[in-house]
Design a protein around this ligand. Sequence first.
Ligand code: SF4
Ligand code: ZN
Length: 437
Amino acid sequence: MQYLKCGAEKFEFEIKPLGKLCKLCKSEVPVVTLTTQNLKLCKNCFSKIQQRRLSEAVKKYRMFGPEDRVGILLSGGKDSATLAHLLKKTFPEISFQGLYLNLGIRYYSDFAQKAVEELCESLSIPLFVYDLKAEKGFSIDDFVFTSFKDKICSVCGTIKRYLFSKVARELGLTVIATGHHLDDLLSTYLTLFFNGDFISIKRLVPVNLPLFEGQAKKIKPLYQIPEREIFFYAVLNELPLEGCACPHGEITPSKKIKGILEELEKENRTFKYQLLSVFLKGFIPLLRENFEESTLVPCKVCGEPTASVHGICGFCRRVNLLSRIEDKTLELSLAKWQKIEESSERQKWMVFDVREKEDYLKGTLPSAKWISPSLLENEKDLFKTFRPFREKNLLFFCYSGRLSYLFTLKLRKMNFRAYNLKEPEQILGIDQVPENG
Ligand code: SF4
Ligand code: ZN
């Protein structure tokens, strides 16, 4: 199985025999390697080891007990799916509640929601879905019209943290569990360290106690499990996943650091655990002695507690930017486009077909130009190709709308007036939608 992560990271795993007998049970066929110890294991022994790691983490940090109501933040990806599966298998007596935040990201959020619904159903975990567009009237995509257009993941993180905390309180949850794993923790430590953001490092621990009354405790039960093993676990246990295709996926500094950590691990198999120990046992206690917690005040707009010096929380400041944008149109319906085509407006538009060339040659929209999908891989080339059309409105289409939406977003981030064609499959002559659309 191949799994594409946000920001073009890729995981691959093929289930095939790795020897004759599993190193632990000595009876089953080994199909997976425990990376830190180079042990070749069968599915059952591998899964049991991960359950034991999770169980040790929960007990060591007293993450929750039978009296707690534990929310699990689900995204449709491998980390949170593995977290839910492991928690439910290891602690069947605890009452878990799945939480999914539908961020309104076109060609992504609804697919991810389906994967989350399937997962919760298979694990008998009740699911609460919060629909951002329906509740607040905006989506994460709308931020391409703001100064945050190059930092969509950062704005998305602020919105998610704010809403999950609020929703957890409204649902009466005492604990919320997230799928942060060993590689997430280490790459974020190093990114924050290089930025000199010691206050944030201090908070990056397996358990964060509530900062104010009614706030849920935040826990990271997977903090000692490497990302690669989480992926293996998800595949071996056939968990339903949305192969992350969020159109905003970025290669962030922390993702680059993950690559460096992988390289260092090749030299020293226990390197990641050594680094984790340096932070958890050495550096963070030192920071705690020297940096006090910031004082929280109620946000002047929404009333939620905030440490912001402006007295207005990060969520409200970002949402306020959207209120100044009048037109947030990123997609046109076929009917709307046909009206434009028949009017004098048409001369202000350029149309681009981003399907494979052979499909373009078989039939396309009138005067559409062909653009290679591979242009998406190089931002400089993308910019150079479209620079001559700076003054025009650009309309993109493909089979499913997914790929052309990526072009639309990328060019919007470069300040082009780009649009995507909705329901492209209705176009005459295009009646088959291949999977990669
Ligand atoms: Fe949010 Fe970025 Fe993840 Fe998309 S890739 S869901 S925008 S954090
Ligand atoms: Zn606020």
